[in-house]
Design a protein around this ligand. Structure first.
Ligand code: SF4
Length: 102
């Protein structure tokens, strides 16, 4: 048993924070949108507006800037607090173009 707070995800995509001798392990998810196949149905940003939004330039879904990897609107790194909503958005996307990797 360690003096740590740990979420029950796999070891990949975790970030560690060290504070006061304790280890806080935050799980992260990699979220991708195959934007070229987006139908602009609005479902993902209605389901999970914390992470997804409409791109005003083309009407397609994109990852909010705060979570993007290398500025890519189709790829992001999302902390645990948003995991459930991105997973739900992936489930309800009618063309199944949202992928979530733990
Ligand atoms: S749910 Fe899927 S098809 Fe609909 S806007 Fe989001 S990514 Fe595009």
């Amino acid at each position: 048993m360690t003096n740590s707070f740990s979420f029950l995800w796999g070891k990949r995509n975790q970030e560690k924070c060290f504070s006061s001798g304790a280890t806080l392990v935050l799980r992260m998810a990699i979220v991708t949108i195959k934007r070229e196949d987006c139908t602009s149905c609005t479902t993902c940003w209605s389901t999970c507006p914390e992470v997804f939004e409409e791109d005003p330039a083309d009407g397609m879904s994109r990852i909010r800037e705060a979570f993007r990897i290398s500025g890519d609107p189709g790829k992001g790194k999302v902390p645990d607090e948003h995991y459930n909503c991105v997973q739900e958005a992936a489930t309800v996307c009618p063309v199944e173009i949202i992928n979530v990797e733990e």
